[in-house]
Design a protein around this ligand. Sequence first.
Ligand code: HEM
Length: 508
Amino acid sequence: QKYWKEKGAACIKPWPIVGSMGPLVFNKKSYAGLIQDIYNVFPEKRCVGFHLWLKPVLMIRDPELIKQIMVKDFDTFPVHQPLAPEGIDSLWDRNVFGTRESSRWHDLRAILSQAFTSSKLKAMFSLIKDCATQTTNHLLKQNKIVTVDAKAIFTKFENDAIGTIAFGITCNSFANPENEFYKMGQRLTNPSGLNALKTFFGYSISPAFMKLFKITLVPPSIANFFKGIIKETIDTRKEKGIVRPDMIHLLMEAQKAYLRYVDKDLQNSSSAVAEKRQLGRIEQKKTEITDEDITSHAILFFVASFDTTSSLLSFMCYELALNPDIQQRLIGDIDTTLEGCNGEITYEALMAMKYLDMVVSETLRKWPPTEITDRDSIRDYVIQPKLSGEQPIYVDANTSVWIPTYAIHRDPQYYPNPDKFDPERFSEENKNDIKPFTYLPFGAGPRNCIGARLALLKVKLCILEILTKFEIIAVEETQIPLVLRKGGINMPTDKGMWVGYKPRIIVQ
Ligand code: HEM
């Protein structure tokens, strides 16, 4: 408390050792609930100080200030809080999320952005559609109402989708639920015990402890498994000249472009040219991409999309089950769209579906898969007073600031009746009323989610496939209202998200 008082910010009184995380640690609150509580303590303040264990963190409440930090003053806040001490996890440190080197981040971001252009997404469309079809076929096979925890279905869908897009492999987790890739993916994204602790809190508890015991973010057994897959894929592709419209291909192309560049460069060996080469490398934005880097990014894509995408799909099914009017309108829209393209959905037709987009947007508003996002300052910074009675707030270099996405999305001053699932908030007429920087499911500014367009494509395609064949209904097991699990991070629910998938046509 003293720390933030001296820096000029209102602050929540920390508990010894656990700081402000007590309610989470002692299973009294979900992570989302805790964020909301911290957010609500000082409703009139633009920011509030709290403690992540012993580490002081500043939560930014005011949308204007969020814009200032994420966009205008990006140069001061260009990185996320490191998840592990630098140097301990070479596999993680080099990817676009983990790197703290500004020029490398810029280059990687430029290379990776090419994977998410409309033409690349179009090329991936059929790979994703196959996974969505396998999901519906699995449910259809049973030819009855299938009652299931939606999350269990969509983790399989997402595993297969990211397997094919980022690793270049076909899994079909429905036909083959014991596949090693799925099991390793579960271990990677659902860490338990010490692993869970370190991925979330490790660095803020004690970087020295992590360094001493060489605790890595991606445990060596899992890293080696994924490294093996990537190596095999790269070798086979090089050997057989295979070209597939996925992310490995893109990174392999970037790797080749760099090697061509260095090759050409090394033909001139005088020292004068060396300097030119140095400049040229910066100007031409050529970043070396090693096989390790490709592995690192494949793992990053897995981690970044596995839980987020499957959560979004699960929450959407839950809300549709509880809101049959909304679901019927969506089904009507889907049927009309399919009629317009002879029963075979196209990328363009899917992207043009307005009501589907409204339903997805509202799900992301009510249930954002990532409760917060963050930025670290790389130099000292002052938040100048703006409201009467405010004083300057001094943010030292290497301070973390948090953007409380979940709490903002549930704040009634921005979204009246926030617990109501209402896609109309995102209609053509209404969406312009949403205050800038109060809708942040994919973050904002230059460091926003690079995979947002891919995520939306996957989710829309999958839900369309499902609603073509099924109606989603509430069943006895459906928890109403839905309760987030106390002590849980990344929006887990207390009792799962059980719904029924009722075939629209039962085959006799
Ligand atoms: C519903 C699904 C998803 C949600 C809700 C989501 C959300 C987010 C959020 C909130 C951030 C931080 C943004 C910021 O701080 O401004 C982020 C970053 C990121 N996301 Fe996503 N994400 C999703 C899916 C994906 C997918 C499918 C991929 C890639 C395959 C992906 C790759 C990334 C990467 C690489 C970053 C870090 C970008 C950087 O630091 O430059 N995400 N995501």
